[in-house]
Design a binder for this molecule. Structure first.
Ligand code: FES
Length: 198
């Protein structure tokens, strides 16, 4: 049942590609309905926060945004995907995220503010490639017991759906979670901690 549900999600799976053009920091979003409130080029290069609309990201989908010229992945995790997170701990290098980089308010079992929303810098901690999202719980050529996550084809690093790195791969750390907060139920601002966060 869980597999079926995620497969359906996969068919609807869509990634909004973004690209940085030249030095201007202009971001092109391939999906019109995924609204990104862009800062000016000057503000973007200075690291201004980016507010993104997440209301139309369906369960199981990942959408890619840009912030500080880096890819930011936002995944709407399904209950089926979430249920596998604690079951992966014994296969991971840093399951409690003690050595990895995330805000304090995201150093928890799901590495997030709300369990269903994963927000991360989509850069492999090995040599900086951009991993693929492999959200389906199904055998993959690189792992017959795959439970969903991120796969970096460059040198075969693997991460679970909380972007925690597997043991026995070249990447040393979990992927980075940036500061972010929920502006409201359908908007996230990337680059700013929640009010009152330490
Ligand atoms: S850059 Fe990802 S595995 Fe090497």
């Amino acid at each position: 049942m869980a597999d079926e549900s995620i497969n359906k999600g996969r068919r609807r799976f869509l990634t909004a590609s973004t690209a940085v053009i030249g030095g201007a920091g202009l971001i092109i979003t391939a999906i019109p309905f995924v609204e990104t409130w862009l800062p000016s080029a000057r503000a973007e290069s200075a690291g201004a926060p980016v507010t993104v609309a997440i209301g139309k990201i369906e369960p199981g989908q990942m959408v890619r945004y840009g912030w500080r010229s880096q890819p930011v992945f936002v995944v709407n995790r399904t209950p089926e995907q979430l249920q596998w997170l604690p079951k992966q701990d014994s296969r991971l290098r840093d399951p409690e995220s003690k050595e990895s980089d995330q805000p304090k308010y995201c150093q928890n079992a799901t590495r997030s503010i709300k369990p269903e929303w994963m927000v991360l810098i989509g850069i492999c901690t090995h040599l900086g490639c951009v991993p693929d999202y492999k959200g389906e719980v199904k055998p993959e050529p690189f792992d017959p017991n795959w439970k969903g996550g991120f796969y970096c084809p460059c040198h075969h690093s693997r991460y679970d759906l909380a972007a925690r790195v597997y043991q026995g791969v070249p990447a040393p750390l979990n992927m980075v979670v940036p500061p972010y907060h929920f502006v409201d139920d359908t908007h996230i601002q990337i680059g700013v901690d929640p009010k009152g966060a330490a």
